[in-house]
Write a protein that binds this ligand. Sequence first.
Ligand SMILES: CC(C)(COP(=O)(O)OP(=O)(O)OC[C@H]1O[C@@H](n2cnc3c(N)ncnc32)[C@H](O)[C@@H]1OP(=O)(O)O)[C@@H](O)C(=O)NCCC(=O)NCCS
Length: 276
Amino acid sequence: MTPIIRRMRPGEEAELTALLAAAYGHARFGPTVLRLAGMADAAIHVLEAEGALRAAAAVVDYGRAAYLGIVGTDPAMQGRGFGRRIVEAALAPVPAGRVILLDASPSGAPLYETLGFVDVDASVVLEAKGPVEAPPVPGLAPMAEADLPAVAAYDAAVFGADRTAGLTALFREHPAGMLCRRDGRVTGYGLRHPDRIGPVLAEDQDTAAALVAALSALAPAGPMTITVPSSHAAMLDHLRRREVPELRRLRHMRRGGDRHPSDRGRIAAMASFHLG
Ligand SMILES: CC(C)(COP(=O)(O)OP(=O)(O)OC[C@H]1O[C@@H](n2cnc3c(N)ncnc32)[C@H](O)[C@@H]1OP(=O)(O)O)[C@@H](O)C(=O)NCCC(=O)NCCS
């Protein structure tokens, strides 16, 4: 039977979540799939063969940059070209010349290299078992929904593209964040999910460390991952000195565009591997 490649349909979220759980070997994709399905700037492509979803990939097109994520093939059907075909289909609608970003796992990297992606730096996943202490800085306060426009504007200046939809979705799923303002100007912000810290963007390392400390002290207590660009050496060094262990690192890659849109040296923690 010839595989069909198409956009995911409403009602297929659970099947896609199960496919990604099988491909990646863990079952935490439910919120990600629902978030992407609800974002107007995201498109999820699926490959259907023998009556079931066998591969998937999503692109969030921010306008100035696009992000490729949730690339996965049913483990029973890998090595048949499904991964290549679904990635090509997901990238096809992205206008020529637009910079495309991704974070490659060891199994995905060879495919992306042949599609013209080149290394930028690493995205380092660490896991804190509890609060990561650091001195507080002036102007730090809990974030409210009303802060989202100011946060999204600051984020756009550092990330290099407008992530309003994704940041709003993240905050509404779990409204826990910290904002730092000095002289009325945003100098940093961060979001916390039950099992994750990020994004964290800040003007300087003291602010970034204070944000991570405050976010890591929020409920619920327990292990939380934080993904730090290797370009942010100060945050990696800070976490190592506090004995926060490294779990793994992915290859942050890009294709197209004249330059990387983000100031990765001011991104102390990424939002996710599908939002950047
Ligand atoms: C990455 C993944 C989607 C590839 O899916 P797939 O359907 O097996 O991919 P394809 O059959 O199209 O193979 C793509 C290319 O990658 C190569 N490749 C695939 N797995 C590889 C591996 N483990 N090591 C080296 N090369 C590999 C293939 O040789 C192929 O190259 P070719 O087209 O020049 O022959 C699949 O391995 C997967 O789901 N991995 C787990 C989830 C994951 O890590 N996703 C990527 C996140 S960035």
